[in-house]
Ligand binder design. Structure first.
Ligand SMILES: NC(=O)c1ccc[n+]([C@@H]2O[C@H](COP(=O)([O-])OP(=O)(O)OC[C@H]3O[C@@H](n4cnc5c(N)ncnc54)[C@H](O)[C@@H]3O)[C@@H](O)[C@H]2O)c1
Length: 285
């Protein structure tokens, strides 16, 4: 999609981190904004900031794991602006149990993380794409996966992100095969300076208590502390947003703003698969 000025962008997880940076970047490109997030106070703050900066924007509190709420978001977007051209299915969650092996994590973790990270994207695609196709305009769908969607891990975060990568690759092919004016990208960020490790601030009470980090195995606690430090030193969300807009304008599918060591791990994994080798173990394993 070449011309962004005056077009309409729907962004989930817009109140913080990458979603907020995407919202700011889209506003700078002259797009109209439909901001969605589960965290109402932060969402309203983001809306006020963007409007103060001159953007035409609305905001709606949405839990993307709930299909009916995503339907209501689409209704609001079409009621306000009459069209949607860019859909960023970006909302996502992680927990300090990210690196726990699959046999140690809780069922509630699987339900919460798959519900937001995978089903949120599924609901976004199912709800918006038919309307975007019917609109007949140029458009683009950007699904936020992660380098975790290109690397290996046995817990729900990795599984959800692999599913998003796969769904997005299929979506790209299906849209092209249908000769539509829509395209798609998958966003696989590396380590980005956001609040993702505090995602349990938005964990619904019905899907298990927030993780008691002190009750985790010592190695997991150490990993979580190191990961938090890496996030604090991570890439800026604004850099990710720039990469996304550039990819939309040049119709690039894989968007991987990531540290060089993560890019090397992705290449190593793909080589393992191509050569039918067993997965390379992390250093020290
Ligand atoms: N930060 C990283 O290093 C990193 C790396 C790879 C991928 N990602 C992905 O980027 C996306 C954005 O995360 P971030 O890093 O900006 O974290 P963040 O926590 O700063 O932002 C995520 C936003 O999603 C919202 N959200 C959470 N659950 C929701 C729900 N059920 N419905 C609607 N909104 C919900 C949160 O309120 C928050 O505003 C996620 O999909 C995440 O998995 C992040």
């Amino acid at each position: 999609m070449k011309a962004l000025q005056g077009r309409v962008a729907v962004i989930t997880g817009a109140a913080s981190g990458i979603g907020l940076a995407l919202s700011r970047r889209c506003a700078r490109a002259g797009m109209k904004l439909v901001l969605a997030d589960i965290e109402t106070a932060a969402l309203q703050r983001a809306l006020a900031q963007l409007r103060d900066a001159g953007a035409s924007a609305i905001a709606q509190t949405v839990d993307v794991s709930d299909a009916a709420q995503v339907d209501a978001l689409a209704d609001a977007a079409y009621r306000e602006f009459g069209a949607v051209h860019l859909l960023c299915n970006n909302a996502g969650v992680a927990s300090p149990t990210l690196r726990l092996p699959a046999w140690e994590g809780s069922v509630a973790d699987w339900q919460w993380i798959m519900g937001v990270n995978l089903m949120g994207v599924v609901h976004g695609v199912r709800t918006f794409v038919p309307r975007m196709l019917a609109g007949g305009d140029e458009g683009h769908i950007v699904n936020t996966a992660s380098v975790a969607g290109l690397l290996t891990g046995s817990g729900p975060y990795f599984a959800s992100k692999h599913a998003v990568t796969c769904l997005s690759e299929g979506l790209y092919k299906d849209l092209k095969a249908a000769g539509s004016r829509l395209s798609a990208s998958v966003l696989c960020p590396g380590i980005i300076r956001t609040a993702i490790l505090d995602a349990e601030r938005n964990r619904p009470a019905g899907l298990g208590p927030a993780t008691d980090v002190t009750a985790l195995p010592e190695a997991t606690q150490r990993w979580a502390a190191e990961f938090r430090a890496q996030l604090e030193a991570g890439l800026e969300p604004a850099l990710v947003a720039d990469a996304v807009l550039e990819a939309i304008e040049s119709d690039r599918f894989y968007i991987v703003p990531a540290q060089p060591q993560l890019l090397a791990l992705i290449k190593a994994r793909l080589q393992d698969i191509a050569e039918l080798r067993n997965p390379t173990l992390p250093p020290g394993a």
